[in-house]
Design a protein around this ligand. Structure first.
Ligand code: FAD
Length: 450
């Protein structure tokens, strides 16, 4: 048996929760939220590791201190979420080679400047040639070859694209980034948002409009409504669906659409790249890395691009926790996800011994998130091609009949970020509310005619 609700929201990450909250605040009481996993939060997720809360997904509130205020920063401040200021820009002065020597700051700064110039040049070439890809000039920008060039290329392209191209998050909200360092986790913010409209008792959500462990597998849609079918055979009828599954999930075959999505939609979905970003946490019996204000980040230069390149210590967030974080991306993320954590620990220790010598202690624990192999995620966040107009994101966002799309990947200005997901949820629910109001007016007119 099934009942019909006004709206079914698929996914209880930040965008699904913010969408549902706006609907509830606007009088839509009969909504249902279907979440595939056993918790709310999605890519905002803490785990207890080595005695503290570490963030497997989003870790920073990015874009603070600018002319406009970042809404996520505001909510975090209201809730008193503990954060620490983080400054990536020092990372380039802490680059180690394989023998443990730090590159002199002059050389590092010089390499960095060259890489930025070259990246900007590449971007200009791409822009100039986007009409005619084949006609490439002779003055090809420099391709990184040496370990230090590769390391800088990695931090520039996989972490600091703002140095190369304008990114709305930093332009609109400011250049500062704050690391969430709160035992309750980044997800506390989401729980508090959910508590505003869902029934809770003793910190637990007991509202039966939120349904966990409900994996949506099929959406049958027509002019009259949408039928949502879950893996365990449940059926939900809705006037409208808000779908917040990630771009990686949309690219996979987890959810089938009947009738299938139109070509313009599937083509747009396929054009958006999925970035895999993996933070590996390592716990040590004692500290052996340099600390202090400009040492939060350090870089390992290796002949393989992205091989355990980007390191961070957690002493600012949790003094005395003796935890290091190393971040891998894309190919390296997928490689490490496929191997045992023991193997990964061995590799990471090899790298640390290169940098800090053979006598450092072994890690006593390791935590390797697997965002790529998680079928409810299939990656970490969306990454639109550098040279793309807004057409792709607009198509990804555009509704198909009664199915409305949301999630960080539908945010024109802030895709890839928590605030992107948050604002997208608000945006999408407003569009759905407008449709509901239209339906109501239509019904009123019909009643009147009768
Ligand atoms: P999600 O959080 O993915 O929510 C979608 C929900 O849908 C999930 O709960 C999923 O389980 C559910 N779902 C999927 N398929 C189905 C289905 N078939 N049926 C039912 N439910 C389904 N952002 C920042 O601002 N700062 C950072 O520092 C930062 N770092 C990051 C680091 C990592 C490792 C990752 C992974 C992400 C990071 N991000 C960061 C990005 C940020 O986490 C995301 O942009 C944001 O959380 C996405 O929210 P969302 O609601 O769009 O998607």
């Amino acid at each position: 048996s099934s009942t019909r609700s006004s709206v079914v929201v698929i996914g209880a990450g930040i965008s699904g929760i913010s969408a549902a909250k706006v609907l509830a605040e606007n009088g839509i009481e009969d909504l249902v939220i279907l979440e595939a996993s056993d918790r709310i939060g999605g890519r905002i997720r803490k785990e207890n590791f080595g005695g503290v809360s570490v963030e497997l997904g989003a870790g920073w509130i990015a874009g603070v201190g600018g002319k406009e205020s970042n809404p996520v920063w505001e909510i975090a401040a209201q809730l008193g979420i503990r954060t620490c200021f983080s400054d990536y820009s020092n990372a380039r002065y802490n680059i180690y080679d394989r023998s443990g020597k730090i590159f002199p700051s002059g050389i590092a700064a010089d390499s960095y400047k060259k890489a930025v110039d070259s990246a900007i040049q590449k971007l200009r070439d791409l822009e100039a040639n986007s009409v005619d890809e084949a006609s490439k000039g002779n003055d090809q920008p420099l391709t990184p070859k040496t370990p230090i060039e590769l390391a800088i290329d990695f931090i520039l392209h996989d972490f600091e694209m703002a140095e190369v191209e304008p990114i709305s998050t930093y332009i609109d909200f400011g250049e500062r980034e704050f690391l969430v360092a709160d035992e309750r986790g980044y997800e506390y913010l989401l729980h508090k948002m959910a508590e505003d409209f869902l029934f809770t008792s003793e910190g637990k959500i007991l509202d039966n409009r939120l349904k966990l462990n409900k994996v949506v597998r099929e959406l049958q849609h027509s002019r009259n409504g949408v039928t949502v079918i879950t893996e365990d055979g449940c059926v939900y009828e809705a006037n409208y669906v808000i779908l917040s599954a990630s771009i990686g999930v949309l690219q996979s075959d987890l959810i089938s659409f009947r009738p299938p999505l139109p070509r313009w939609k599937t083509e747009a979905i396929d054009k958006c790249d999925v970035m895999v970003y993996t933070k590996i946490f390592l716990k040590f019996p004692c500290k052996f890395w340099p600390c202090g204000p400009e040492k939060e980040f350090f870089i390992y230069a290796h002949e393989r691009r992205g091989y355990y390149t980007f390191w961070q210590h957690m002493e600012n967030a949790y003094p005395g926790s003796n935890i290091l974080v190393v971040t891998l991306t894309n190919g390296e993320s997928k490689r490490v996800e496929a191997q045992s954590d023991e193997e990964t620990l061995k590799e990471a220790m090899g790298v640390l011994r290169d940098m800090f010598g053979p006598d450092i202690p072994n890690a006593t624990g390791i935590l390797v998130p697997r965002w790529w192999n998680n079928r409810f995620q299939r990656g970490s966040y969306s990454n639109y091609p550098i040279i793309s107009n807004n057409q792709i994101v607009n198509d990804i966002k555009a509704p198909v009949g009664r199915i409305f799309f949301t999630g960080e990947h539908t945010s024109e200005r802030f895709n890839g970020y928590v605030h992107g997901g948050y604002l997208a949820g608000i945006d999408t629910s407003k569009a759905v509310l407008e449709e509901i109001r239209k339906d109501e007016r239509k019904n009123e007119n019909q009643t009147f005619l009768l």
